[in-house]
Design a protein around this ligand. Structure first.
Ligand SMILES: Cc1cc2nc3c(=O)[nH]c(=O)nc-3n(C[C@H](O)[C@H](O)[C@H](O)COP(=O)(O)OP(=O)(O)OC[C@H]3O[C@@H](n4cnc5c(N)ncnc54)[C@H](O)[C@@H]3O)c2cc1C
Length: 349
């Protein structure tokens, strides 16, 4: 029996920001929602997420990214009203030009220059302000999404992985769950039935058992990135661009996280932290100094040829949502709401 009148029984697979956003949006829309999260360390564990839709070399913003930013701030306000600490900060952000060519591209895109010194940044080629930009603490944001999803009726199975699936004769899917992460030979311990399944597994490889049962998942390009968290104080506004700097809360203070490499998957080079500090020094000289407490984090972005997040139907009742590349925290709320609406319309239709 479906206790959520008019909704469908949906299983969301993957406990990153996309899966947790989906769980919240689906539960709020009245679907009977279960989140299966294997607890794997993933891109959503990035130390800081900047919220900046003005991306790429030209600095232009895609209309969907502008809409995504509005949706994210709306969710931040809703989550706060629901009583959850979101870790989201609407401070604005500064986009710094890395040379005269980029400064010209910014001007051609109609991006009004700002006074970098007023923003506390050295920017010899100029900079513009993203007034609606900001940053969030990924851990706090994901925890708020989960609490809200549960408050709206979702069930969260943490520490479980979907390791197999079979189509049911009466319609829908029976999923096989393991007790822990994938690929560790853990024996299947439970099954879960669903009318609809949504996979939001980021850059994780698609298991052979699911390929055999459901079909191939879209091929994504996997791009690794490193972030160094230093004890130096963070700037008042996050700095966006090729090298980005944002705040991380450590021992009650906002220290700086510096990111920027794009490289093939695998652990960071031994000099990754020094290279990031060197790049950040160009705009924020005080970030250059090494500190024995510096920590390096790395993660993998999943990118589709379109460069944009997509929802793909893999089989009747099975969808794959991914390709968020470097904008999962910016875009997940909007994509999740659109999918929740689509499922509700299908249920009515
Ligand atoms: C260095 C770096 C910097 C970034 N900076 C920003 C930024 O400033 N702003 C921004 O918006 N975005 C940023 N991003 C991008 C953002 O982190 C990602 O787009 C986002 O985290 C992707 O979320 P996801 O839920 O799709 O995937 P993930 O976070 O990878 O989550 C997928 C989850 O699914 C789990 N899973 C996989 N298979 C199964 C299974 N079979 N059963 C159960 N669970 C499963 C995985 O273990 C994982 O926990 C950055 C990314 C990186 C790497």
């Amino acid at each position: 029996m479906n206790p959520h009148e008019g909704g469908v029984r949906v299983v969301v697979v993957g406990g990153g920001v996309v899966g947790r956003s989906l769980a919240r949006a689906l539960a709020r829309a009245g679907h009977e929602t279960t989140l299966v999260a294997d607890g794997g360390m993933a891109a959503s564990a990035v130390p800081v997420a900047l919220l900046n839709p003005y991306r790429g070399r030209t600095g232009r913003a895609h209309p969907e990214d502008l809409a995504a930013l509005r949706a994210t701030w709306r969710w931040a306000a809703e989550l706060a009203i629901e009583g959850f600490a979101t870790g989201a900060h609407r401070t604005g952000a500064v986009r710094v030009a890395d040379g005269p060519k980029q400064a010209r591209a910014f001007a051609a895109a109609g991006l009004a220059p700002t006074d970098p010194e007023a923003a506390g940044v050295r920017a010899p080629h100029g900079a513009f302000l993203v007034p609606d930009g900001g940053w969030l603490d990924p851990g706090a944001w994901c925890a708020a999404l989960t609490r809200s999803a549960v408050a709206h009726g979702a069930r969260c199975l943490e520490g479980r992985a979907v390791v197999g699936a079979e189509a049911r004769a009466e319609g829908g899917w029976r999923l096989q769950l393991s007790g822990a992460g994938l690929g560790r030979g853990v024996r299947t311990t439970a099954t879960l039935d669903a009318e609809q399944v949504v996979f939001a597994i980021g850059a994780t490889h698609w298991p052979e058992a699911l390929e055999a049962a459901i079909g191939a998942a879209p091929a994504v390009e996997r791009i690794a990135g490193d972030v160094v968290v230093t004890r130096r104080a963070a700037p008042a506004l996050p700095i966006a661009g090729g090298t980005y700097v944002g705040p991380v809360e450590r021992a009650g203070e906002h220290v700086a996280a510096i990111g920027g490499h794009h490289r093939p998957p695998g652990p960071p080079a031994v000099d990754a932290a020094a290279r990031l500090r060197g790049a950040a020094r160009w705009t924020l000289p005080e970030l250059g100094a090494e500190d024995p407490d510096d920590r390096i984090w790395w993660g993998i972005r999943a990118k589709l040829p379109s460069g944009r997040p997509e929802v793909r139907a893999l089989a009747p009742g099975v969808r794959w949502v991914g390709g968020f590349a470097g904008r999962g925290f910016l875009a997940a709320a909007l994509v999740a709401e659109a999918l929740a609406t689509a499922l509700a319309e299908e249920a009515i239709g």
